[in-house]
Write a protein that binds this ligand. Structure first.
Ligand SMILES: [Zn+2]
Length: 173
């Protein structure tokens, strides 16, 4: 989880396994206090290997996206209670969509996307270069006009880096 290290450290978040009984949940995050000055924990489904597996990267990015959105927009702090109430399911799905959209942007930002398809001729090759699942690349490419500038500025102030692209990979530019 090297790409998330600075943010996880700054926000006091650790990453641990969910109990194996919780099969249907890929990830859950709990945060106490005002983000990023409190502390929290991301629980990952134990079928996801913790370190830089693309699926783990996507789940951690999604959980962090919920917290960035709830800090800077009217996105609610905890969405899991909505999942448990069938009447709130459409609202829940919308919030999940919003978190996926931000996570995809931060994992596959525009400066990297410009190299598709010149340097990375297929979505698979771009996904492999970034260490993310292909569906994350598809999601990012499907929303070319999505622009979370305030969130990137917030991240830059916080950790000196506006996205979740590993810094030393030389993918952008
Ligand atoms: Zn979610």
């Amino acid at each position: 989880m090297r790409r998330f290290e600075a943010l996880l450290d700054r926000a006091g978040i650790d990453v641990v396994d969910l109990p194996p009984q919780v099969e249907e949940v890929k990830g859950v995050m709990v945060y106490l206090g005002q983000f990023p000055d409190g502390c929290g924990r991301i629980f990952l489904n134990p079928t996801l290997t913790a370190d830089d597996d693309p699926h783990s990267v996507a789940v951690v990015a999604h959980e962090l996206a919920h917290f960035l959105l709830s800090t800077l927009t009217d996105h609610p702090r905890h969405v899991l209670p909505l999942l448990l109430d069938p009447a709130q399911r459409p609202g829940y799905n919308e919030l999940e969509e919003e978190a996926d959209c931000l996570a995809a942007y931060l994992l596959v930002p525009p400066d990297v996307r410009t190299h598709y398809p010149s340097r990375y001729p297929t979505m698979e090759s771009l996904a492999a270069a970034l260490g993310v699942p292909i569906w994350v690349v598809e999601r990012a490419l499907a929303h070319p006009d999505y622009d979370p500038t305030p969130i990137c500025a917030f991240l830059s102030d916080l950790i000196g880096h506006p996205t979740f692209v590993p810094r030393d990979e030389g993918l952008a530019g």
